[in-house]
Ligand binder design. Sequence first.
Ligand SMILES: C[S@@+](CC[C@H](N)C(=O)[O-])C[C@H]1O[C@@H](n2cnc3c(N)ncnc32)[C@H](O)[C@@H]1O
Length: 304
Amino acid sequence: MAEKQSGLTAIAMAYSRAYHATHEPHKIFDDFLADALFTPEERAQTNRDWANMLQYVAPELAATNPDPMTALAWVVQLTNGPITLPRSRYAEDGLEMAIREGVRQYIILGSGLDTFAYRRPDLSDRLQIFELDHPATQAMKQERVARAGWEHPSNLHDVPVDFTKESLSSALKRSPYDPTQLSFFSWLGVSYYLPREVVFDTLREMSSNTAQGSLIVLDYLDADAFVPEKVSKRVQQMQWMAAQLGEPMKAGFDPSTLPADLEKIGVRLEENLAPTDIEARYFHGRSDRYHAVEHFHYAKAVVF
Ligand SMILES: C[S@@+](CC[C@H](N)C(=O)[O-])C[C@H]1O[C@@H](n2cnc3c(N)ncnc32)[C@H](O)[C@@H]1O
């Protein structure tokens, strides 16, 4: 990530969650605090910019001349919404189950504008939360949190880190993280921005710095997403957009060989959801334009 970009993709994800929470009645994921992280001016500007994007995202829909609010809704539903909403729901549902089974630490890698710690004060005496992100993104989030007037939860630990310069274990050592405790790692929206070896190195660091039985949830792109003849049009557009924002996508994985690759580093895959599974679980029966995004998979793995 370029130093000055301050997590523009994280802002886009949070804006989609905010839009969904405030405008759409049938919730996939209810990030009811996200909207407060944006100023009225930023909302108005983003709404205009995203509505205008319809002509690039879906020219055939733009040709029907929808009003700007409809165009905005369609852009959210066709692009960032179906990326961020189901994966955040997947991670937080998994976390909820894990807490019941004794997990006491929640480590969010590439946390962006995550609001979990602020949404769940009820967990403050049971769960230590660690947000790890690039220093520029964390500074940008802290400015927004201060502007919203939120108090920093006592169980939230901010750990600024640039993963291209420092390892996960070294970063966690600067925090009260306890490697002997059962933990839940969430790594959403990051794996495809890193070189393949950095993804495996980071997963290995998770598995070797935590208690057996700890869980890891991540989303990843399949290898076809990087093959020009195979990638879907919408994912190709997303890759182009991410590159324009200074965060080019780099790595994809083969869902069929991932279990064996993970076993080698002490991690057993418990769930490996393909886009068809994600469609059935989170989008079935909706009458809007939300559908699972091609090439995006979710993995849940246990450290052994
Ligand atoms: C697409 S955003 C995802 C944010 C959040 N997980 C979500 O789902 O909304 C990617 C995140 O990875 C972070 N990131 C990218 N490169 C990084 C690096 N080298 N070190 C630490 N964090 C990085 C960005 O700052 C950003 O917050």
